[in-house]
Design a protein around this ligand. Structure first.
Ligand code: UTP
Length: 473
């Protein structure tokens, strides 16, 4: 039987959360150890204020009076031709000199997808079922080969999916990457609250813990030693993307180059919104600082405000693709702490009933708190925003079907492959409505960008794809 340290018990009591020890004496040593290690990680002094501010009350997002739409570099803007050429060139140099690494955030729970294993293991390939992780690994391998360099890859997991993620990589032999070039690190967790501000036990020996949001990335990079490794490796820029978007350029030379040219601390890719209420965060400026206002927080009147030519004023949406200067992450996390605001999400959280059994509720019964990476944007001295081509770089896999789904993502993978091959002169089976009548998968380790696709189609002597064909190249 382990003993609970008196000081810890007092702190828990002072926070009004003694119920978490309700079953402590019934637990075996392993159970007690599990619970104690979770309790030791909690900032008990901060807890009452958190519960008050975010659980017992609903924090309202304050929209600053001076809020205006953020300016961004437009796609294929003729006026910026020279700037973009310089950025392309510098970006390629940065990659070739080993100054850019990749970072995938893969610690989320993927609840909407309803897939038990880590989301990155999801079989997304439209013909071969290759996983999301394999898409990124293949592209990283391809870029490494193309630029003659090792590109370190940082993967953020949560304590919940770390072991399963690493196991998957071992089983797949790291998709041909060197094991030493893939660095897994683990984000922090936050305990969930019930609606009265009490912490929820999910089992007698465990709090209901959830990953602390992608905002946890920056501090986790420091705490895990990833930042130190970046310094050792000479990685100066971090290309950040989410695990559910296999179309992303794992590194965009233009984007990285533009950030460096403009001496910005953070870069963000912008998508031109399809309508006022598209579910993308909105890039805005207030008090000279760039910030993202979530789609749910932007007042309708602002979302619908239009320019004289009819275009939306708040047209810049965020697909969560960034480049960070390493020095920015170092600056923000100096002192081993970083305070980002919390965001509340009401969720169905398994809890212990009066009999001590774990029950999953049918309706939201509690609150999870998460921090978001984009809340770091206003802390940057300079932010650079660059528009991306949606059809080429953004196919989020949030749901099984419908909008932002496995279905739409697979279709977009095929369509991007088709348009790349068509640009290389391959005849494609589009029907009279312009819809592609084929499923086309290309190995990401062979083709990472338009340029590669062009060369590849020539090398294999591909002339046409037939209607209804399912092709793996
Ligand atoms: P989402 O906000 O889409 O969350 O994460 P999710 O957990 O994947 O899916 P739902 O909302 O439960 O259905 C966007 C990206 O941020 C990562 C996810 O893995 C995904 O790449 N993320 C999210 C983390 O790494 N940690 C977190 O705590 C939350």
């Amino acid at each position: 039987m382990l003993k609970i340290n008196g000081d810890l018990k007092e702190r828990i009591a002072a926070a009004g959360q003694l119920h978490v020890l309700q079953y402590f004496d019934e637990l075996d040593d392993a159970g007690q150890e599990t619970l104690l290690s979770q309790l030791a990680d909690i900032d008990w002094e901060a807890l009452p204020e958190l519960a008050e501010q975010y659980v017992l009350h609903r924090p309202e997002t304050v929209i600053p009076e001076d809020l205006s739409p953020a300016e961004y570099y437009r796609l294929d803007d003729g006026d910026n031709f020279d700037l973009y050429s310089d950025a392309d060139e510098l970006g390629k140099e940065l990659i070739a000199s080993g100054k850019v690494c990749c970072l995938t955030v893969a610690g989320g729970q993927g609840t909407r997808l309803g897939f038990d294993a880590p989301k990155g293991t999801y079989p997304i390939g439209p013909v071969t079922d290759r996983s999301l992780f394999e898409y990124f690994a293949g592209s990283i391998r391809r870029l490494g080969k193309k630029y003659g360099v090792v590109i370190p890859w940082y993967i953020m997991t949560s304590p919940i999916n770390r072991a399963a993620t690493e196991k998957f990589f071992r089983e797949k032999k790291f998709f041909g990457l060197a094991e030493s070039d893939v660095f897994f690190f683990t984000q922090g967790t936050m305990p969930a609250f019930d609606l009265d501000g009490k912490l929820i036990l999910s089992a007698k020996d465990s709090l209901a813990l959830a990953p602390d949001g992608h905002g946890g990335t920056l501090l986790a990079l420091r705490r895990s030693g990833a930042l130190d490794k970046m310094v050792r490796d000479g990685s100066e820029y971090v290309s950040y993307f989410q695990v559910d978007n296999p179309l992303v350029d794992v590194i965009s030379p233009r984007f990285a180059g533009l950030l460096a040219l403009q001496k910005a601390e953070v870069g963000a890719i912008v998508l031109s919104k399809t309508g006022p209420f598209e579910k993308l965060g909105n890039f805005c400026v207030s008090n000279g600082r760039t910030q993202i206002i979530e789609y749910s927080d932007l007042p309708d009147v602002l979302a619908e405000r239009r320019n004289d030519d009819g275009s939306l004023q708040f047209s810049a949406g965020s697909p969560a693709i960034h480049v960070f200067a390493r020095s920015f992450i170092e600056r923000l996390t100096a002192g081993n702490s970083l305070k980002l605001p919390w965001h509340r999400a009401d969720k169905k959280i398994p809890f212990l009933n009066e009999c001590g059994d774990t029950v999953t509720p049918d309706a939201p019964n509690g609150v999870k708190l998460e921090s978001f990476i984009f809340d770091a944007l206003p802390m940057a001295e300079k932010v650079v925003l660059l528009e991306g081509d949606r059809a080429k770089i953004f196919a989020p896999t949030k749901n099984i079907s419908g909008v932002d789904s496995v279905e739409s993502c697979r279709r977009m993978i095929s369509e991007r492959n088709a348009s790349r091959l068509a640009a290389a002169g391959v005849i494609m089976p589009y029907n009279e409505d312009g819809v592609l009548d084929a499923v086309i998968e290309i190995d990401p380790a062979l083709v990472a960008d338009d340029e590669d696709a062009f060369e590849f189609a020539g090398e294999i002597g591909l002339c046409r794809i037939l209607p209804g064909q399912k092709v793996v190249l």
